[in-house]
Each structure stands twice: as C-alpha cells, then as structure tokens.
Design a protein around this ligand. Structure first.
Ligand code: SAM
Length: 273
C-alpha cells in the first residue's frame, strides 16, 4: 500500500499534501478497471457498513470516495438520489459509466466543493485511510450533512497488514506499507467535530493468500500497491522477493498466508440543531 511518502503535514504542508493527493489519485486511476474484481475485502466491508444506514428510500445521500461505483446499484434502497465524490478521475469515470448518481464530483474529501447541510446520509467506505488529515475529512462530512443526518464511514487502522509489515521488518527498517493510524487517533480526530454523536467499532477481517505474490498482485489490482523506496530497495528483485516470501511463511496457517485488515466502523448522527 502507498506509504505516506511525506510525513504527516510537515512543511511545506500544502505542497506535500497536494503531491500526496496526486499520487493517490494516479494510483487509483491506474486500478480503475481491475479494482472491482480484486475488491473482496472492500465489498464485505462496504456491504456491512451500508446495512448500518437506515434503509428507507428517502433523502439525499453522498458516497464519499466512491471508487468505481460497484455499490451504486445498492444505494437506491437507502435514498431518493445520491451524489458521488472521488479524488481519482479514472475511478469517477468508471462510476459515471453506470449513470446512477445525480452528480459525479472529482474532489478531495478534506475540501468538498459542496453546499453545507444538503445531504441526509453520508456513506464512505475505505477512503479515510488515504487521507492525511482525517479531522478535516470528518469536519467536511459533518458540514455537508443536514441536521439529524446519518453518517457511516469505514477505515483501516493499525494492525492492518501486520504480517506483511513483520516480514518486511526482517529485511530492512524501511516503512514498506502505508501508515495505518491507531483507532485512538481517529477517535481523537472525530472528537474535534462536535456536531456529531460518534460511535466506533473495530472488527478484524483476515484474508488468506496462497503466497505473498498473490497478496502483492491483489494490492496492485486495487491501486494500493505503491511502496516507498521500491526501486531503491530493489523490492522487485528476485532475491528480495524470495527473502520476503520466506519471512512471510512463518505466518502460514492451514488456510494460507494470512493478512489482517483491521476495519474501524465510524457511525454517527448530526445534532438536530
Ligand atoms: C479503497 S478505494 C474504496 C472505494 C469504494 N468506496 C469501495 O468501498 O470499494 C478508496 C477510494 O478513495 C478515493 N480517495 C482517496 N483519497 C481521497 C480523497 N482525499 N478524497 C476523495 N477520494 C479519495 C480513491 O481514489 C479510491 O477511489
């Protein structure tokens, strides 16, 4: 998964954030055709999250970080109409080809070009872990939600890909995977947004792979494969892969090589006044 190539909000913060956003958008753009077939975790998580929204056919919904829109046929059970936002032009155009949303908007979730208090429901699955300023994203989510509106957000937290991280750690001390924040940091970020009654629930989703290359292939198909220092570390070299595979083997179970995904479900309702 893409490492945070730039430290979180170091100076010049705005410039490094915009470079990071472009890297994320490009990476997901390249994966827009392969994403849906590889998204077995994303589908489980998003369908579980969607069931947390009240199922009625009324109101306006926002899908924040919509990806290729594979879930859009389901959204009609939860609203009258919905809008879709994504940072990646490629992902958004894939979603647009379904012609299901009222509007498709290319934007950063931390700075939404959307009017205040216009949505009754906000849904966002597995986007927040790509955002350097979760507090800004949560504030924007709360801003665009109408009073009494409901919000369901999922994200990956610390512990995700811990087996892969442990295998890399036997080879060198570089950060080879994205930094996943601890649940406590997200709770703290949400605490800065006082208009919402937040609720948090963490669940582990273990996935199993025949070998480490299958895991790497899946991450690539999802657009989540870029690793900091890839060329510098010779990550693609045969010797490096063999050592990584040998280190990962220590985690093997009867079901295959495990990869943990720690998912945080963040739900809430915006205060009525
Ligand atoms: C892992 S995909 C999830 C897609 C979809 N929600 C799903 O559950 O399958 C993450 C999506 O978030 C988008 N994304 C990442 N950072 C974003 C940001 N700052 N603002 C808006 N979208 C962003 C990516 O372009 C990508 O389409």
């Amino acid at each position: 998964m893409i490492s945070r190539l730039t430290p979180r909000l170091c100076e010049p913060a705005a410039q490094s954030e915009s470079i990071f956003l472009k890297q994320v958008a490009d990476s997901f753009g390249k994966a827009c055709e392969s994403y849906a077939d590889a998204a077995r975790l994303q589908q489980q998580v998003a369908l579980t999250a969607l069931a947390m929204l009240s199922a009625n056919h009324s109101g306006k919904l926002l899908d924040l970080g919509c990806g290729p829109g594979w879930i859009h046929p389901e959204l009609k059970n939860y609203c009258d109409e919905f809008s879709a936002v994504d940072l990646s032009a490629g992902m958004l155009s894939k979603a647009r080809s379904l012609h299901l949303a009222t509007a498709y908007i290319q934007a950063d979730a931390a700075a939404l070009p959307l009017a205040t208090a216009q949505f009754d429901k906000l849904f966002s699955s597995l986007m927040l872990q790509w955002c350097q300023r979760p507090e800004a994203v949560l504030a924007e989510a709360a801003r665009v939600l109408a009073p009494g509106g409901q919000l369901v957000i999922t994200t990956l937290v610390q512990g995700t890909l811990q087996e892969l991280q442990a295998a890399f750690a036997t080879l060198d001390s570089r950060a080879h995977t994205q930094l996943f924040l601890p649940e406590a940091e997200l709770i703290k970020a949400a605490g800065t947004v006082s208009q919402v009654n937040w609720h948090f629930e963490q669940r582990n989703y273990p996935l199993y792979y025949p070998d480490v290359k299958s895991l790497a292939r899946e991450l690539k198909a999802l657009g989540a494969n870029q690793v900091a220092g890839r060329s510098a570390t010779g990550l693609t070299g045969k010797g490096y892969w063999q050592k990584l595979a040998a280190a990962y083997e220590k985690h093997r179970t009867a079901q295959g090589l495990p990869a943990s995904y720690q998912v945080l479900f963040i739900t809430g309702t915006k205060n009525a006044s």
